[in-house]
Design a protein around this ligand. Structure first.
Ligand code: SF4
Ligand code: SF4
Length: 67
């Protein structure tokens, strides 16, 4: 599993501070998780204040998602 950021994100930036993989960036006015860096640890979800702003997906289902 990897994680992706959804449209519920309020762009607080908290998740990016705690990703040990440095896999979260602010790009084109929104936060994204770089799927090639995400190891599925789930730390970002623990620190995100918004329900469902970060969700787990199967890696193969992420191909159509913005990386
Ligand atoms: S699941 Fe872990 S590695 Fe992936 S983006 Fe979140 S904190 Fe980073
Ligand atoms: S912690 Fe949650 S709300 Fe804040 S930038 Fe990350 S995904 Fe968005």
């Amino acid at each position: 599993m990897i994680y992706v950021i959804t449209e519920k994100c309020i762009e607080c930036g908290c998740c990016g501070l705690y990703c040990k993989q440095h896999g979260i960036s602010f790009v084109d006015d929104s936060y994204i998780i770089h799927k090639e860096l995400c190891d599925g640890c789930g730390t970002c979800v623990e620190y995100c204040p918004i329900d469902d702003a970060i969700v787990a997906v199967h890696a193969q289902d992420s191909q159509s998602l913005k990386s």
